[in-house]
Design a protein around this ligand. Structure first.
Ligand SMILES: *Cc1c(COP(=O)(O)O)cnc(C)c1O
Length: 386
């Protein structure tokens, strides 16, 4: 077998062979709904675009190479990828998820539980005793999100996935916050890995998409079956755009991460800041795990002010360059207050349990000049002092 390619080579490979008509270097887009058959008995490789489409196939191939997966499916949003993971579960199956998981995933799991379709247990997966209690009863799926959003808590993927496997359960990791360039969950023992491609993989803040990839070819077939049956697959146009976004992923992440590190170190020195959550700080919890399972700290960080919601509102109101918006991983730096924005789907008691305070601010660091970003954050602190 040839040596696996490096990520920057995988995303730059042009594959003109995928366009047999013109061998275009910039891939064509095939938005067609259907494809011609040579004869009724000869099913073509691509027959109907809800089922299979060349642009989706190209994206799946690239993502699979990056994650070390056997294959998978590309869905029309990150949440569709999560839904797909739950759709294949038998009725009443139990899912164990982090108590501070992505707000949309929390909302979906809770709603499915209210309809008695599945059962779920939310637990602090960084706490050994709590985790061991949660896995005492039978369960089918362990959902991991690390670093967690918004508090950047680090879960030991290798250990948690091994515990799930020993009890006959599968493990899925939501790898949206780091991308395969900074973490490869399948190498660490997970069975499935999912993404919101809306975020850093596309990186251009102009579409919605998701992906669910698996290490086992039989699981890939099952995911393809359900995604086709439920009509969850992404469009040709969006898939083509995401492939285009991926071309610059290694460059973007390097730059965003370097700037995030500088900002986190700068914030950690500010007296107005109660705490900074960033896996790249030496002082951060789980620094050893970060070194063991991540290839870098990533571009997401959060920090806590003192004084609750009014102080957070004043701070974000003073910013000029950084945009108040939910979402992450794009070219521009976004700030949000998770308690009223990304995690508003989570009841206040659940937010408190997860440690999401009203003056917690989350930053997705983009591609602007780091000095300009720090000057903008300084405007926020100046406002607090005035
Ligand atoms: C955004 C996000 C999702 C949901 O993805 P959509 O594309 O918005 O549906 C899931 N998980 C994480 C960690 C996310 O950031």
């Amino acid at each position: 077998m040839s040596k696996p390619k490096k990520p920057c080579t995988i995303v730059a490979a042009a594959h003109p062979d995928l366009d047999p008509a013109y061998r275009s270097v910039g891939p064509a887009i095939w938005p067609t709904d259907t494809f011609e058959w040579a004869s009724p008995a000869e099913k073509p490789a691509f027959d109907y675009s809800r089922t299979v489409n060349p642009n989706r196939a190209m994206l799946i191939r690239t993502l699979s190479e990056l994650e070390g997966a056997a294959g998978g499916v590309v869905t029309n949003s990150g949440q569709a990828a999560a839904l797909l993971a739950f759709l294949r579960l038998p009725a009443g199956a139990r899912v164990i998820a982090p108590h501070d998981c992505y707000g949309g995933t929390y909302r979906l799991l809770e709603a499915l539980e209210r309809q008695c379709k599945i059962r779920c247990t939310f637990v602090d997966q960084t706490n050994d005793a709590a985790f061991d209690r949660a896995i005492e009863d039978e369960f089918a799926l362990l959902w991991i999100e690390t670093p967690s959003n918004p508090l950047m808590r680090i879960t030991d993927i290798r250990r948690r996935a091994a515990a799930a496997r020993s009890r006959g359960a599968l493990t899925i990791a939501d790898n949206t916050l780091l991308s395969p360039l900074r973490q490869r969950p399948l190498d660490l023992g997970c069975d499935l890995v999912c993404h919101s491609t809306t975020k850093v993989l596309n990186g251009h803040a102009d579409l919605f998409g998701g992906a669910l990839l698996a290490s086992d070819p039989a699981m890939v077939e099952e995911l393809e079956w359900w995604s086709n049956a439920g009509g969850l697959n992404g469009s040709a146009f969006d898939s083509s755009q995401i492939v285009r976004g991926l071309r610059t992923l290694p460059l973007r992440i390097d730059r965003q991460e370097a700037t995030a590190t500088r900002i986190a170190e700068w914030l950690a020195e500010r007296p107005e800041v109660k705490a900074v959550y960033y896996p790249g700080l030496d002082s951060s919890d789980g620094a050893e795990l970060v070194a063991a399972q991540q290839f870098g700290p990533g571009f997401m960080l959060s920090f806590e002010l003192r004084g609750g919601k009014p102080v957070a509102d004043r701070f974000v109101g003073a910013l000029d360059l950084i945009t108040l918006a939910s979402s992450l991983g794009g070219f521009s730096t976004l700030i949000c207050t998770p308690s009223t924005m990304t995690h508003r789907g989570m009841p206040v008691e659940a937010q408190e349990k997860a440690g999401i305070s009203a003056d917690l601010l989350r930053l997705s660091v983009g591609l602007e000049d780091p000095d300009d970003l720090i000057a903008d954050l300084n405007r926020g602190f100046t406002r607090l002092g005035s």
